[in-house]
Design a protein around this ligand. Sequence first.
Ligand SMILES: NC(=O)c1ccc[n+]([C@@H]2O[C@H](COP(=O)([O-])OP(=O)(O)OC[C@H]3O[C@@H](n4cnc5c(N)ncnc54)[C@H](OP(=O)(O)O)[C@@H]3O)[C@@H](O)[C@H]2O)c1
Length: 308
Amino acid sequence: MKNLHIPAICVHAYGGPEQLQLEEVPVPAPAKDEVLIKVVASGVNPIDWKVREGFMQHPLPYIPGVEAAGVVTAIGEGVFGKKIGDEVYGSVDGSYTSYAVVSTEVLFRKPAHISFEEAATMAGARTAWGALFDVARLTKGQRILIHGGAGGVGHFAVQLAYNAGAYVIATASPENIDFVTALGANEVVDYKAAPFETQVDPVDIVFDTVGGDTTNRSVAVLKPGGLLLCIVEMPDPEKIATAGVRALWGGTKTLASMKEVHQMLERELIKPYVRKVFQPLSQAAAAQEYSKSGGPGKGKIVLKISEE
Ligand SMILES: NC(=O)c1ccc[n+]([C@@H]2O[C@H](COP(=O)([O-])OP(=O)(O)OC[C@H]3O[C@@H](n4cnc5c(N)ncnc54)[C@H](OP(=O)(O)O)[C@@H]3O)[C@@H](O)[C@H]2O)c1
């Protein structure tokens, strides 16, 4: 495939969705311990539009996207355990493209029972696992409130907390209550009907995937010594000290957490849900705008790039 060019979304300057340019780029060659995958689907995460708008720095120009599912089409030197034709998914830096090179370390075999679109959403599961278990050390019987239980991270967090034997309370819009209940939540709170603080008895842990005023307001529902686990923003330290609770940043990204959620996926203990599929690649701007607007639905947003 040397000298061939492929379609990819490129960002040359921070800004609005118009910065997502569909261009032709050279097909990358896999280096040692890497494979080339044909990208079938890319996850669309809130971080994609946040980086594009310049809230987080990324060297320019760049191809957006952090995760994908696809098919192995070429193998680099020293690669074991992957072959051409394998269906895979995992962390892909620059996944809004039709072909990408990926280190085999962060690539997993796609289970046959899930689609490429579903497999392209698993970064949310890794985030949830890292926060709940690496950081918060969630254990059986603990009471946890998960904000955003229908979202890309939240819908995995509800399933993982349920599997761990926790008592799970989640917040969701009224149209998502049945969905979040089916994921394993013991209680689902309609945060639009009344302030969640008036609907929830004290909990050991709040996992906040929402941010804004939800973060500081969550202090009110924690037991003394309870933990506010944050992945969007940290609370006011004075509020934390006054209430006698703790706050920790939950955004860890370890290989171990990817392996954990992969095993759970294979054993069908967790299931990814796709909120909306945008296709083809030229719909990247629409997908990011939908993500930024908090477009309604259950699970994660996906950009479908090619047919398998
Ligand atoms: N630090 C990290 O490592 C890390 C990693 C991943 C994600 N994040 C961040 O975590 C956040 C969530 O990511 P995501 O992929 O889950 O986003 P998402 O798919 O857009 O989900 C967010 C969910 O929040 C719910 N929501 C909105 N306002 C709410 C409110 N006031 N109270 C309760 N729920 C509310 C919505 O559900 P309803 O439709 O039911 O209202 C929505 O489904 C983003 O800000 C993202 O950047 C951080």
